[in-house]
Structures are given as structure tokens and as C-alpha cells.
Design a protein around this ligand. Structure first.
Ligand SMILES: C[S@@+](CC[C@H](N)C(=O)[O-])C[C@H]1O[C@@H](n2cnc3c(N)ncnc32)[C@H](O)[C@@H]1O
Length: 216
């Protein structure tokens, strides 16, 4: 199927074999969409999918889900995979990050990536930040013991808020840096679309890895 027009984007998404458009209606938890028991990693707010596409190539033994709320943005992702083809170890999920708790079983996800999430700078919108207590609670529910939350951002306020909230919500920040590109983690870093743009603009990139304490 050639993707030419965006006006019927919704129908194209619904028909695409790698897009899950109504994940709450598929009759099973998302981790069971894949055969076998490979670890599951998810990215929330994937944009046009560069990160998931690269990670799925690098790590064929991991099953990935890229969550993206915008039809238009997923359509652009599909345009790109039309050229390069898609791998069978990832799905695009047309859904909001807020659905994660409902869509996965408890302790079924090994890692959650938040890459350049919207910062929602106004205090009155702080609940929408993807590291607000409500979101961290949901991540804690679906992550396996020892599972990780990995966050990258150029936004220092969001980064500091995330560090503080994780601490308050009983998570351990195992690693953090305010300058990823001058850290040892740059060796294994896979850049996202926004990241590439921010680095070109001369911005520094913050990164943290956190795990929930004492998951019973
Ligand atoms: C700033 S872009 C970052 C895209 C990509 N992660 C990157 O680093 O290049 C944020 C993306 O998250 C999506 N998004 C924002 N809030 C979301 C939510 N609550 N659930 C799912 N996607 C969301 C937006 O549509 C947008 O494509």
C-alpha cells in the first residue's frame, strides 16, 4: 500500500499491520501481541519513530512498542518505513502514554523510554508531565522488578522536576548526567529526531536511568 494522502490517515493506520490503533480492544495485554517471551521495551511519545526503528535493528532480541498519540505523526513514521521496510520486533501503538497501566500486565515491561517528552512548563499542567507521580505510579505497576525508566531531555526544568519526583516517589536514580554527550553513555546512545535537532543547535542533553525501590 502506497501512502500518498494524509486525509485518510486514520483508515491507513487502522489497516497497517504494524500499527495498533485501538489497543484496549484487542482482547489481550500488549506484551502478548508478540510470540515468545523476549523482553518488552516501550517508548512513550515516539514521534516519527527514529529511536524505535534504530533500537529494533540493534536489538533483535527485544520487542518494542512505540506509543504515539498523533495520527499525523504516525503517518510520517509509516512514510519512512515504506522506504526502509519494517522489522517484526516492533509495533506502533496509536495511543496516549496515560493508557500504559491498562494496556500491559503488571510486571511485564523491562524498560520504559521517555525521549524529549513535552515539558508542560506551567505548574497548572504539571500532572501532564510524563514523570508526574500519576505516570510514575503506572510505570511502577507495569515494570518488572529491576525494570528501568530511561529519560532524555534538553529541558533542565523538566529534568530537575523528574529527578525530584522520582526521589519522592521511592525510585532510585541509578545514573544521571546533565551532559550526555560528554559522558561515557554517549558510546551506546541512540539519538532521536528531536535530540539530533537540539544537539545541532548546541543544546546539552540530560539523561537519567531510574528503577523503582522495593517492588513487592
Ligand atoms: C517532542 S516530541 C519527541 C518525539 C521523539 N521522542 C523524539 O525524541 O524525537 C513528543 C512526541 O510525543 C507525542 N506525545 C505527546 N504527549 C503524548 C502522550 N501523552 N502520549 C503519547 N504521545 C504523546 C507528541 O505527539 C510528539 O510526537
Amino acid at each position: 500500500m502506497r501512502l500518498r494522502h494524509i486525509h485518510n490517515g486514520k483508515e491507513i493506520l487502522e489497516a497497517h499491520p504494524r500499527v495498533i490503533t485501538a489497543p484496549e480492544k484487542i482482547g489481550k495485554k500488549l506484551e502478548n501481541v508478540f510470540d515468545g517471551s523476549n523482553p518488552v521495551h516501550i517508548e512513550l511519545g515516539s514521534g516519527k519513530g527514529l529511536f524505535i526503528r534504530e533500537m529494533s535493528k540493534k536489538n533483535p532480541e527485544i520487542n518494542y512498542f512505540g506509543f504515539e498519540a498523533s495520527t499525523k505523526v504516525i503517518f510520517k513514521w509509516l512514510k519512512q518505513i515504506e522506504e526502509e521496510g519494517f522489522l517484526d520486533n516492533y509495533f506502533i501503538v496509536h495511543s496516549k502514554a496515560e493508557m500504559v497501566r491498562e494496556l500491559f500486565s503488571e510486571r511485564s515491561v523491562e524498560r520504559i523510554y521517555l525521549n524529549f517528552s513535552d515539558p508542560w512548563p506551567k505548574l497548572k499542567h504539571s500532572r501532564r508531565r510524563l514523570t508526574s507521580p500519576m505516570h510514575l505510579d503506572a510505570y511502577g505497576h507495569v515494570l518488572i522488578n529491576g525494570g528501568e525508566l530511561v529519560l532524555k531531555t534538553d529541558n533542565h526544568d523538566l529534568f530537575q522536576y523528574s529527578l525530584d519526583t522520582l526521589k519522592k516517589q521511592n525510585w532510585t536514580v541509578k545514573y544521571f548526567t546533565f551532559d550526555l554527550y560528554n559522558s561515557e553513555h554517549i558510546q551506546t546512545n541512540v539519538a532521536t529526531e528531536y535530540e539530533t535537532m537540539f544537539v545541532e543547535e548546541g543544546k546539552t542533553i540530560c539523561m537519567l536511568i531510574a528503577t523503582l525501590n522495593d517492588k513487592q
